[in-house]
Design a protein around this ligand. Structure first.
Ligand code: ZN
Ligand code: ZN
Length: 137
């Protein structure tokens, strides 16, 4: 039986499609694999790096890194709850402020009745860029 030919979803070349397999030709798959190894190595050396940081450092598309995450080849920790401190912008796992700011705010609050609220930075930053990753062993 002749293999089914399909167009690669990345480069458009015709290739022999494996039933149940991905619609990517072997050449593109190899390239993707190389990028995966680069990303994997980076995340291993920088546990807790965000998708954005990894993309910046490795030059691999954020979209591809997110695909690795979706495929479960890379794991994301704090998928939902990675947020920035509303006061200083430090990455925190949950809540509104980092521990340091909480402490400072607390002592300020005790000293004076604050009249000016801290400026609320833009919290609508792309959430996907902030997913933290680590490697599963
Ligand atoms: Zn291809
Ligand atoms: Zn803070």
């Amino acid at each position: 039986m002749a293999p089914e030919l399909r167009n690669c979803s990345i480069c458009g070349r015709l290739f022999a499609y494996q039933p149940g397999g991905r619609t990517v030709c072997s050449r593109c798959r190899d390239q993707e694999e190389e990028k995966y190894m680069v990303v994997r190595r980076y995340v291993r050396d920088h546990p807790g790096a965000t998708v954005f940081e990894v993309a910046e450092a490795t030059g691999v598309d954020e979209e591809l890194i997110l695909q690795f995450l979706r495929e479960g080849r890379l794991q994301s920790r704090g998928f939902v709850e990675v947020v920035q401190c509303q006061r200083c912008g430090t990455y925190i796992e949950s809540g509104k402020y980092c521990a340091k700011c909480l402490q400072e705010l607390d002592s300020q609050f005790k000293q004076v009745i604050s009249t000016n609220r801290p400026n609320k930075p833009d919290t609508q930053e792309k959430r996907s860029s902030r997913e933290r990753m680590h490697i599963k062993d």
